[in-house]
Write a protein that binds this ligand. Structure first.
Ligand code: FES
Length: 216
């Protein structure tokens, strides 16, 4: 590993059997690679109600889901340059209609991408910041008002909040709800009620053009 992440653990020596934990992690990563790109699209049209899966990205994109623990597996299979490319993932926003959400995997984390409605944007921007446990204006959490991109991990105990699917609970603030101990997030992904100490994090991302973003 010459140019690879210096924090990555050493590769697993050839011939050494994997531990049960390593086997489980490898299976988890394989599942990520098989899934590649998961979409939970909300009801943009009447009658839209079932979960849909989109397989829009390349295998290289899927590798963005790998985390440090599985690095040894990948490092034994790929040159460092390939591994470095995993740090970012590009997402085509065109299939996501207003009112819909998708989940993509980036660095082993679920990333929620929501195409917000005008009402959701207005709700997010009309909040009195002094009432928020983790005050942050919506405009500071979005690059474009209609697109919200957040890490879908509750920072209480690390659960994945619900609210991506149309049939999910969305909590008291029409965003996401973490059933672990009842954290409610608003349409900006900010914590509004419950034990989570912070808002859902906004990952580093940029707009490549009007319809594509690069996360990471
Ligand atoms: S992990 Fe979200 S409320 Fe506990």
């Amino acid at each position: 590993m010459d140019t690879a992440d210096k924090h990555a653990p050493d590769p697993i020596p050839k011939g050494r059997p994997l531990t049960a934990l390593e086997e489980a992690e490898r299976a988890r990563v394989q599942a990520l690679l098989d899934t590649r790109y998961m979409a939970d699209l909300g009801p943009a049209d009447a009658g839209w109600g079932r979960r849909q899966f989109l397989f829009l990205t390349s295998v290289a994109t899927a590798f963005a889901g790998l985390n440090f623990f599985v690095w040894p597996f990948i490092d034994s299979l790929n040159p460092a340059a390939d591994v470095q490319a995993l740090a970012s993932v590009e997402v085509d926003l065109t299939p996501i209609k207003v009112g819909q959400s998708i989940t993509v995997v980036w660095r082993g984390k679920p990333i929620f991408i929501r195409h917000r409605t005008e009402a959701e944007i207005a709700a997010a921007r009309s909040v009195d910041l002094s009432q928020l446990p983790d005050p942050q204006p919506d405009a500071a959490r979005t690059l474009k008002p209609e697109w919200l991109v957040v890490v879908g991990v509750c920072n209480h105990l690390g659960c994945i909040p619900r609210g991506q699917r149309p049939t999910d609970p969305h909590g008291a603030y029409a965003g996401w709800f973490c059933p672990c101990h009842g954290s409610h997030f608003d349409t900006s992904g900010r914590i509004r009620k419950g034990p989570a100490p912070n808002n859902l994090a906004v990952p580093q991302y940029t707009f490549i053009d009007d319809e594509h973003i690069r996360i990471g």
